[in-house]
Ligand binder design. Structure first.
Ligand SMILES: *[C@@H]1O[C@H](CO)[C@@H](O)[C@H](O)[C@H]1NC(C)=O
Ligand SMILES: *[C@@H]1O[C@H](CO)[C@@H](O)[C@H](O)[C@H]1NC(C)=O
Ligand SMILES: *[C@@H]1O[C@H](CO)[C@@H](O)[C@H](O)[C@H]1NC(C)=O
Ligand SMILES: *[C@@H]1O[C@H](CO)[C@@H](O)[C@H](O)[C@H]1NC(C)=O
Ligand SMILES: *[C@@H]1O[C@H](CO)[C@@H](O)[C@H](O)[C@H]1NC(C)=O
Length: 296
């Protein structure tokens, strides 16, 4: 057979004599702050004059490079695009395959907890979802600890989550109290972390020794003409009252009413949601469903 046929046959068998561009890690969906390493090579022999150039979307990106690999640190969305390399030697220039990279903003995973109202001692399943097509994540799971300074939470790693988990699920056995959880995802070396998820809560109607919430007047349904007072009691000197409202809103007393001492008084609002007390010492009270209706 002639040289040309042999050439074609070699190509069909996968032995391309062209340049080959590869990336490490070899996925193509990246996030701001991650890094990627490019490598441009040929299958045949090289003389000492070799160098390569890399183009991004057809424009000069790396005009002259003489090392085996090129590492790009701290990707940003502007690095999204099609990459191709050209391998140059004295006598020839060879063109590589194209690799399409996308770089998205650092993701915030979404945590779901199920069930929201476990019966005492039941298991609760946490699910952490990173909302981009992506690979290689491991997952870290945290307990939410109320922060005094603002209305945020700090995070305490849950036992068993120290090294991350491969699965995006985490099961908590024997849930008895109201509690908040968060997650985040990580991958790569050096490790790249997603943002923390928003906190999600599981609620318990049971009054526990450390904290309790009492509502007055004592009913589930209230009318906006009568103020409702929510009192926190228990093993802490400072409490705050929180409310969760569907689909995904988290309020604190000062938005809905007035907090004086450990009592929150709410007047003239129409809402429904779940209320509970929490303290910076990490205590959470029983939770209560309340519906406020307009009075006609
Ligand atoms: C990445 O490389 C590994 C091992 O070389 C391979 O198993 C995997 O399929 C590759 N993934 C992609 C997206 O190319
Ligand atoms: C490159 O070209 C020179 C002269 O033009 C020739 O002597 C040499 O054999 C060529 N090398 C290859 C690898 O083709
Ligand atoms: C985490 O990794 C360290 C070091 O590799 C190991 O000693 C430890 O047992 C691991 N912890 C868990 C919970 O797997
Ligand atoms: C609050 O309402 C949910 C349903 O929306 C219910 O499952 C839960 O038992 C209620 N909790 C209390 C303490 O009444
Ligand atoms: C109250 O809190 C303190 C410190 O957190 C703890 O040592 C103590 O056991 C708690 N008491 C009760 C009744 O929970």
């Amino acid at each position: 057979m002639d040289v040309k046929m042999g050439h074609t046959l070699l190509s069909l068998l996968g032995f391309s004599v062209n340049a080959v561009l590869t990336i490490e890690p070899n996925w193509t969906a990246f996030f701001s702050g991650e890094s990627v390493t490019f490598k441009c090579d040929i299958t045949g022999g090289k003389d000492s004059s070799w160098y390569y150039s890399i183009l991004q979307d057809g424009g000069a990106f790396l005009p002259y490079h003489k090392h085996e690999k090129y590492k790009l640190h701290s990707l940003t969305p502007g690095y999204s695009g099609a990459y191709q390399c050209f391998f140059h030697q004295k006598n020839s220039t060879k063109e590589s395959n194209k690799i399409y990279l996308t770089v998205s903003e650092r993701p915030q995973p979404v945590l779901t907890v199920s069930p929201s109202w476990p019966s005492p001692g039941a298991s609760v399943t946490l699910n952490c979802r990173v909302d981009h097509p992506s690979a290689g994540w491991s997952f870290y799971w945290y307990k939410a600890v109320p922060q005094k300074s603002d209305y945020s939470y700090s995070f305490e790693l849950l036992p068993g989550s120290e090294n991350g988990t491969e699965q995006d699920l985490f099961i908590i056995d024997g849930q008895t109290h109201t509690a908040g959880y968060l997650c985040r995802a990580a991958r790569g070396d050096p490790v790249f972390y997603s943002w923390h998820s928003k906190p999600k809560f599981v609620w318990s109607g049971d009054i526990n020794s450390a904290a309790s919430l009492t509502v007055s007047p004592d009913s589930v349904q209230h009318f906006t003409k009568t103020p409702v007072s929510l009192s926190c009691e228990g093993n802490s000197t400072e409490w705050r009252v929180r409310m969760f409202s569907k689909p995904d809103y988290l309020y604190h007393c000062s938005i809905l009413g007035t907090m004086i001492g450990s009592t929150c008084t709410i007047t003239s609002y129409r809402f429904s949601g779940v209320f509970w007390c929490e303290s910076e010492t990490g205590q959470f009270s029983n939770a209560v469903n309340i519906t406020m209706e307009c009075e006609f």
